[in-house]
Design a protein around this ligand. Structure first.
Ligand code: FES
Ligand code: FE
Length: 426
């Protein structure tokens, strides 16, 4: 198997050619590539876990998945957020089996070892008697997991020596700030989760650069008048930054789709340039490498333009299956009526029952099917990612990164796969 893996890495280096716009189909359908990318990408990089507003109070906790391993994220009485491998240090039972809750201690369901939400072991049933008082409690503390936050986003990593989170996000923070840092944001409701028979990279790739599909894939939504103000246009900008991050910014927008009454807060949290851009956006769509995407879109609800903000994780389950987890975010200080309508517009568009979501996942599933099996690999079937290669980046956009004044381009995907290949080859 080791042989096969080395062979695959070598094969990747020869066949994945982002600079030429050549991406082989087997990247989306090959189980060995999938296994390798777990080891070389997901075990090394920062992975999104959740939002701080999901654990606002002392004692709050979540269990989440970090590259296939369950971790607990807990806010202890000192207000500090910590993360632990969700494994009892006695004999490995999964310590916490709930998704979410509030408690200061976790008691193992197997033999009852009791841990504080700071990770310390504080109680062992009958310990004086059965261990003769010799048990080393310090050595049995929960295994801490590295986490860090940026503007409320919680990321974790198994890498012992990671690039600091802020550096990892790099220049893409300029864009991310408009999505999650423009005001104090909160997650409303638990995240929604659904399983799609799709390879995970298709979602990440779709959000990193693909606005081109909207006219066709989502054409019926406009024809049916379901989203009255929906117009699909190439107008706007495409940006990518280091480490594979990137996205599209639809501009201009004659209307301001955020909250007029929060303008002072937006201005406080953003630079004047960021605020100017945000005031003019129709939508912001992006991917933070490897599998977190974000989206700000607008819909007209009862004649009023309302923005909605979501985060989504394309969580790998198998080479041909992923769980999509979506979070709905809204300004914490927004009026209740706005929150309700904004959430409605998210449910209508991007959620398990959302009309855009249904269109997209149908396509993702079929792409996965055509990529799977020996034929795409053996026959060297490639995708064409050459769109926009004739263009030169603009220099007059206020935000950082490589920026094109056209959303219809595959530059962002080429950048994404360039970094992916770099990680796979390490
Ligand atoms: Fe947890 Fe034994 S495995 S107490
Ligand atoms: Fe779509």
């Amino acid at each position: 198997d080791e042989m096969k893996r080395e062979e695959v890495v070598e094969h990747l280096k020869q066949t994945v050619r982002p600079e030429e716009g050549v991406i082989p189909a087997f990247l989306l359908g090959d189980p060995t590539v999938y296994k390798l990318e777990h080891e070389k990408v997901f075990m090394k990089t920062w992975v999104f876990l959740g939002h701080e507003s999901e654990v606002p109070n002392n004692g709050d906790y979540l269990t989440r998945d970090l590259a296939g391993y369950s971790v607990i994220i807990a806010r202890a009485n000192d207000g500090v957020l910590r993360s632990f491998y969700n494994m009892c240090t006695h004999r490995g039972m999964k310590l916490c089996r709930a998704d979410k809750g509030n408690k200061s201690q976790f008691t193992c369901p197997y033999h009852g070892f009791n841990f504080k939400n700071t990770g310390e072991l504080i109680g062992v049933p009958l310990q004086k008697n059965i261990y003769g008082g010799q048990l080393d409690f310090d050595k049995l503390a929960l295994h801490e997991v590295t986490i860090d936050t940026y503007k409320g986003l919680i990321f974790g990593t198994w890498n012992d020596n990671p690039e600091p989170l802020k550096e990892f996000l790099g220049d893409f923070t300029w864009y991310l700030d408009m999505v999650v840092g423009r005001a104090e944001m909160e997650v409303l409701g638990p995240p929604q989760k659904f399983v799609v028979h799709s390879h995970w990279k298709i979602g990440a790739d779709n959000f990193v650069s693909d606005s081109y599909h909207t006219m066709v894939t989502h054409g019926s939504i406009v024809q049916l008048g379901m989203v009255p103000n929906a117009t699909y246009s190439k107008k706007g900008y495409q940006v990518h930054t280091k480490n594979g991050h990137g996205g599209n910014i639809g501009m201009p927008n004659p209307d301001f789709a955020f909250l007029e009454e929060l303008i002072p807060e937006y201005k406080k949290n953003l630079s004047p340039e960021q605020f100017d851009v945000m005031s003019n956006v129709k939508n912001i769509i992006g991917t933070i490498f490897p599998n977190l995407s974000c989206l700000v879109s607008h819909t007209s609800v009862k004649g009023q333009l309302i923005s909605n903000t979501t985060l989504r994780l394309w969580k790998p389950i198998a080479h041909d299956k992923m769980e999509v987890i979506t979070w709905f975010l809204v300004e914490k200080d927004a009026p209740e009526e706005w929150k309700k309508r904004s959430r409605e517009s998210y449910i209508l568009t991007f959620s398990p029952s959302g009309i855009f979501e249904q269109d997209d996942t149908e396509v993702f599933t079929d792409i996965t099917a055509t990529a799977t099996g020996v034929v795409p690999y053996a026959k060297n079937f490639n995708y064409n990612y050459t769109m926009g290669m004739h263009r030169t980046p603009v220099t007059d956009f206020p935000g950082p990164g490589v920026v094109y004044d056209d959303k219809f381009s595959e530059a962002g995907s080429r950048n994404y796969y360039r970094y992916w290949l770099d990680m796979m080859g390490r």
